[in-house]
Design a protein around this ligand. Structure first.
Ligand code: C2O
Ligand code: CU
Length: 495
């Protein structure tokens, strides 16, 4: 009889429990070991992606406290290179990034490159893919960026994202459709630091009050009624401010152009607890991409973008000054910018262009781009992810467990994997998977490729992916307060 090492014994125990829980999954040989970030398979995946002679963009990001002027109110944010949002990074698909992060924050941190199909050891998940970067120390991220599109980056440590640590990452591709004269990045955020409770105070209050609670105590009650589009409440926190490119509505960010020009807006929702409904007064929007990947173009009046989702739209600029409004969906308040091609007064902070009530595109309902549709295949493995919380206590769970207790979801390289999210709670969850871009299933039809998808209350939603990027990958709700309260697990490649 072969001796069984303690490591093997643990692997056997984990595997058995997982199969029991998920039910109906294929069995995994008992000697399976997780493909860790340090595994040669991870380095080999990077070698396959990196073209010889590919350009490497080198830069330094400093994470530090920084003064932020919110229409005359001075607050202290946490920021990359002293700006909120941080500096825009831009590379071409196939090139590499070499980013030194200099941590001058009072806490350990990491950077997660949201949506990028990168090597697992550069994914920025503390204690899973790297040790956290201690205050006063540095870490260099280096990875190939394979796919074009609109992405962003942020820490993966506690509530740091809600302090201003985020920035857009744009990846240009040779095959990307042009057809526009101008482009602008629109980063949306919900803001409390310095003008309301700290994120830590909000989290503590949510944990005390349990589950889905209207926040009050100087912040007012949640906006009425919630959202039909989100199938319930808009969020748990009524933020005092909503920002567009770091600006509050009383000092709106400006985007300039010329009448008749085609403008591409690259919209990133970096908020912690807020989905936004975005419209530009006097304009229709043609949605061309979500989460970096192209979709079958659809022309609408307004788009709904959940936390962690991105949306690219094209529009033809009119003559004048137009309000760009991102309504906090199901809440009170909005972020406001101004798009101008001529002189004109800035929009009122409460401007409400009629387009906000017009035809709406929710990202998960977009049609697929045939060029980027996964080949039809039956899943080799299906995992159910039951999403619950908000009723019996302060925790949010996947399959009844918070992250510290979670059973990893096993996969093997080369498999077609289906994740079925079943939302058994009364709130929407923008579910995000690291390192992959899945294909949303619309019944038996393929929908858009995405890395983050809104799952509405009581909805069951399947996404398919090709397991082509070995490592340990987080699957979690991109509501930062749900994630912090446990709503996270691991898609775990096994040898
Ligand atoms: Cu932007 Cu783990 O997420
Ligand atoms: Cu959630």
């Amino acid at each position: 009889m072969q001796p069984v090492s303690r490591r093997q014994f643990l692997a056997v125990a984990t595997t058995t429990a997982t199969v029991g829980l998920a039910g109906g999954c294929s069995l995994i040989p008992t000697r399976s070991q997780p493909v860790r970030a340090s595994s040669p398979a991870v380095a080999a995946a990077e070698t396959r992606r990196r073209r010889p002679g590919a350009r490497v963009h080198q830069l330094t990001l400093t994470a530090t406290t920084a003064g932020l002027d919110l229409a005359g109110r001075q607050v202290t944010a946490w920021a990359y290179n002293h700006t909120v949002p941080g500096p825009l990074l831009r590379v071409r698909a196939g090139e590499a990034l070499r980013v030194q992060l200099d941590n001058q924050l009072p806490e350990a941190t990491t950077i997660h490159w949201h949506g990028i199909r990168l090597r697992n050891d550069m994914d920025g998940v503390p204690d899973m893919t790297q040790p956290p970067i201690q205050p006063g120390s540095r870490f260099t991220y280096e990875f190939t960026v394979p796919d074009p599109g609109t992405y962003f980056f942020h820490p993966h440590v506690r509530l740091q994202l809600d302090r201003g640590l985020y920035a857009a990452l744009l990846v240009d591709g040779p095959a990307e459709p042009g057809g526009y004269d101008q482009e602008a990045v629109v980063v949306l955020d919900d803001w409390t630091l310095g003008v309301g409770p700290t994120p830590e105070q909000l989290h503590a209050r949510l944990m005390r009050q349990g589950g889905m609670t209207n926040m009050d105590g100087g912040m007012g009650m949640m906006g009425q009624g919630g959202s039909g589009e989100l199938g319930g409440t808009g969020g748990m926190i009524d933020y005092p401010l909503y920002l567009l490119n770091g600006h509050p509505p009383t000092d709106p960010a400006r985007i300039a152009g010329k009448p008749g020009q085609r403008l591409r807006l690259r919209v990133v929702n970096a908020a912690a607890d807020t989905a936004f409904r975005l419209a530009l007064g006097g304009h229709r929007l043609t949605v061309t991409h979500t989460d970096g990947f192209p979709v079958a173009p659809r022309t609408v009046d307004t788009v709904l973008v959940g936390m962690g989702e991105r949306c690219d739209v094209l529009l033809t600029l009119g003559d004048g000054a137009f309000p760009l409004v991102a309504l906090a969906e199901g809440k009170r308040g909005q972020a406001v910018g101004i798009v101008r091609t001529a002189r004109g007064s800035p929009p009122a902070a409460d401007a409400h262009p009629g387009e906000l009530d017009g035809r709406l595109a929710a990202m998960a309902t977009l049609g697929p781009d045939p060029q980027r549709t996964l080949p039809t295949a039956r899943p080799d493995r299906t995992h159910q992810l039951l999403l619950s919380g908000g009723m019996m206590g302060p925790h949010w769970t996947i399959n009844g467990r918070t992250f510290d207790q979670a059973e990893p979801l096993p996969v093997r390289a080369g498999e077609r994997v289906r994740l079925v999210f079943g939302n058994q709670s009364m709130m929407f969850h923008p579910m995000h998977l690291h390192g992959h871009t899945f294909q949303v299933q619309q019944g038996s039809r393929p929908g858009p490729r995405k890395d983050t998808v809104i799952v509405r209350p009581m909805q069951q939603l399947a996404v398919d992916l090709e397991a082509d990027n070995p490592g340990q990958w987080m699957v979690h709700c991109h509501n930062l307060y749900h994630q912090e309260a446990g709503m996270m697990t691991t898609l775990s490649y096994l040898h």
